[in-house]
Design a protein around this ligand. Sequence first.
Ligand SMILES: Nc1nc2c(c(=O)[nH]1)N[C@H]1C(S)=C(S)[C@@H](COP(=O)(O)O)O[C@H]1N2
Ligand SMILES: [Mo]
Length: 514
Amino acid sequence: MKLGYIWMGLLTGVLLGIPWLALGYFAWQSAGIAFPPFTLFDWFTRVLPGGFITAGVDGMVGALQAFRVGNTSAIAKFAEGTAAIFIALGVTAVLGAVCGYAADTVRRSLWVCGILFGIAFFIAFLPASISLGRSVGELFVTLVLCLAWGIALCWFVTTSFALDQTPATQAISRRDLTLGFGLGIAALTVGGLGLGTLLRRAPASEAVGTAPISSPPPPATPPTAFDIVSGTRTELTPLENFYRVDINAVPPEVDVAQWKLNVGGLVSSPMSLTYTDVKQLPTEDFYATLECISNTVGGDLTSTTWFTGIPLHELLTRAGLDPNALEIKFTSHDGYSESLPRESALDPATHLCIGMGGQPLETKHGFPMRLYTPDRYGMKNPKWITGIEAIGEPYTGYWEQRGWGKPALVKTTSVIDTPLSASADRSRAGGIAFAGARGINQVEVQVDDGAWQPAKLKPPLSGLTWVIWAIDLALGTGSHRLTVRATDGTGALQIQEPAPQIPDGAAGYHQVNI
Ligand SMILES: Nc1nc2c(c(=O)[nH]1)N[C@H]1C(S)=C(S)[C@@H](COP(=O)(O)O)O[C@H]1N2
Ligand SMILES: [Mo]
């Protein structure tokens, strides 16, 4: 008997969780109220032990890349969002079950219990909301939605409970109740999702318009004829395919009117710049490749575009950088933080970027400002920057606190993009190779256990991008194994010994069996 009520409460809780999600989505899309399931998920990401998170990320990236399911970072974000929603529904299940168990008590004081269950639901999100700095307004909207959920839960659980105890002659029948329940849920869900989609607010980055801010800069070497093997990834990644990795279920929306870039610490003249101030500083356009330290050998967590940015060294010089400043620390709107050694921060190639691919920075790539620094993995390139501080002692950055290596220097890597299957053109092979600012001297391909054969290299767009390579191969029929390796600009051969992504980035030769 009791068990039946527990199950019924659980089911009611979860079913009511669906319109709750839809209304939360509406509040998020129309008014920018943080979506509670994502707040909770993002908080877990930050507070759970680094090893746990890293294992989760690596496991997901590894699986997605092993099965070549396409855009790894987009699918990973989708999976995270789905997990966040299931966690929230898990909370509704637990509270619903408790409500079913206590149905007797709930029936006696419906409103008090409704409010208590609503508050309990709200409390599940409270530590996360507070720690992620959600506003009072956002907390209030979440509270109202949770209270509505709690009251609806208690009402439905006890009404159907009462139906079992009273003759079916009363005004409300089980059939009506179920019908009303179903229709109510459907209407709120469709309404919430529909209106939310309809009233969707423009992304924060559009506050500065979407008009191009630069055109492609000239390549380092004037383009010469080079026969790219079809199937090779494009030399410039279309912006919509540029990988995205960060600690947020949805990218933070920074209000550019409120935003300030604060430059302080060991400097003689601290500064606080608005976006308008920043826009007045001279910028440079340059091609560069970015790669995530979580990328597997042969993976797609790497992309190339041209960046528009202010040389960091110029800003630091203007601020009067103290000779005792050992590192430059960056803080971000999402709570992320990183640091660069002084020499890297002063490297003329290190820029505070306001554009990628000729567009103002997109929200997901760090609007209004992100860093680009050569030679280091993506984690050393903070997005949504709000603070720059010159410091006198080493700083342990976000991922370093979670077990990743501090220097995060890009390892030389080379990838076979084609042929990947026995049905592809087997007369040629092609792909990319990357070694940060060290550049690539040579790429070689080996068929089965044969000799290493040098590939042709397309002159890279700049000294900071990957190179495209191509090679003619006379592959007979039957299956073959292709292996690729690169030599960087210093003459160092790529590391052959496989290494996992953590702590310093993946190593090993990329191989393809066709
Ligand atoms: N503020 C902030 N910056 C961040 C991150 C983040 O989580 N928060 N992730 C870093 C990591 S791990 C990578 S790989 C790059 C990815 O940049 P992209 O999303 O523009 O490709 O952003 C870096 N900058
Ligand atoms: Mo990364």
